[in-house]
Design a protein around this ligand. Structure first.
Ligand code: ATP
Ligand code: DP6
Length: 329
């Protein structure tokens, strides 16, 4: 099944831009505590496993779509060349929705997180774009449909439609319309996330290519779906009990297990840099000294530290200048 045929079933045959649709739409970035790693359908971004994330509050993408004389994509105030991969992906996504009409669009987007550095810019980017498209064409789609459509842009974008804890159910349908995310009705005001930026340059192998390479070449990947299912269950329990130890241990082991499958692929994929490993060792040393501090990492060299409000001063002493996010305000 392709994206067009899935979307056709949910949209009118032609869509027209709404006259005064000039609002900018915001979507937060998110960091998975149980990762999405591997697809059962590459075209629709249908995952092998369900995943669970926490959104990064004010960090994310702001996007606006308007009518223009030519198709244009602007990122952080600069026009992106039409042939650039970034622009091509954005316009290809717009094309899924503007069938039957001949207008051109100007897409303006701002990321207040580094782009393509393993800090989940694709998640907030496609979620904000989906919200902007929904408004631009006056579609008024339900959140679950917005999430499923955003997933076709980038899997992790399905979770960036919401604040707080979010679960993306893998679903079983062939068209993937049961594969969308929903927020968890639980808050954890003491939770803190520290962004430890080791390198914010664009990574050589993006998540999509890294994920496909792992599924195709790593025998170790066979153990991943079981690990992810068990971790998801443990995270639900940890969140229900507000047990930070269980949350931190599960998230860290989940991230390291994902990285183990990457390292076991061919050619090998190692997103870590020496400073990433040094930071992990500092976290482990801090824990050995009694500080409740854990980390998670996506497909990149940067760490996201997990801790609670009472540990903030001690964490800052070990990681001076750390950018700290309060996901629940
Ligand atoms: N504001 C945005 N609007 C639309 N698309 C975006 C936006 N920001 C990023 N993207 C898309 O996301 C891609 C980067 O995704 P990639 O998965 O490589 O990195 P990441 O999302 O930063 O890292 P990860 O998903 O591993 O945490 C960009 O090349 C672009 O296609
Ligand atoms: C490691 C991850 O960040 C992978 C994210 O992958 P993407 O959502 O960027 O992949 P595509 O669906 O191919 O666009 C884990 C996660 O966010 O769950």
């Amino acid at each position: 099944m392709n994206k067009e045929s899935v979307i056709n079933a949910y949209l009118p045959t032609t869509v027209t831009p709404v006259a005064d649709s000039s609002d900018t739409q915001f979507a937060p970035s998110n960091i998975a505590l149980c990762k999405y790693w591997g697809k059962r359908d590459v075209e629709l971004n249908l995952p092998v496993n369900s995943s669970l994330s926490v959104s990064l509050a004010h960090l994310g993408s702001r996007t606006k779509v308007s009518v223009s004389d030519s198709d244009q994509v602007w990122l952080n105030g600069a026009q992106v060349a039409a042939g650039d991969k970034f622009a091509r992906k954005v316009i290809a996504f717009i094309d899924l929705f503007r069938r039957g009409t001949d207008h051109c669009v100007r897409v303006e987007t701002e990321n207040n997180i580094p782009t393509a550095a393993g800090l989940a810019s694709s998640a907030s980017g496609f979620a904000a774009l989906m919200l902007a498209i929904d408004q631009f064409y006056g579609l008024n789609l339900e959140p679950s449909v917005l999430s499923a459509f955003a997933r076709m842009g980038s899997g992790s974008a399905s979770r960036s439609l919401y604040e707080g804890f979010v679960e993306w159910q893998m679903g079983i349908r062939e068209d993937g319309m049961d594969s969308f995310a929903l927020p968890l009705d639980v808050r954890w005001p003491q939770l803190r996330i520290g962004l430890l930026k080791v390198d914010t340059g664009e990574k050589a192998v993006d998540s999509r290519a890294g994920m496909n390479r792992t599924v195709d070449t790593a025998h170790l990947y066979q153990s991943w779906p079981l690990q992810a299912a068990a971790d998801l269950e443990r995270l639900h329990q940890a969140i229900a009990d507000q047990s930070f130890t269980c949350l931190g241990e599960t998230a860290e082991q989940n991230a390291l297990s994902m990285h183990a499958t990457m390292i076991a692929s061919w050619p090998p994929l190692l997103y870590w840099q020496p400073d990433s490993v040094a930071a992990m060792q500092t976290v482990w040393q801090a824990r050995a000294e009694g500080l409740e501090l854990y980390f998670t990492m996506d497909a990149g060299p940067n760490l996201k530290l997990l801790f609670t409000a009472d540990a903030e001063t001690a964490v800052n002493q070990r990681f001076p200048g750390l950018e700290v996010i309060r996901p629940f305000g």
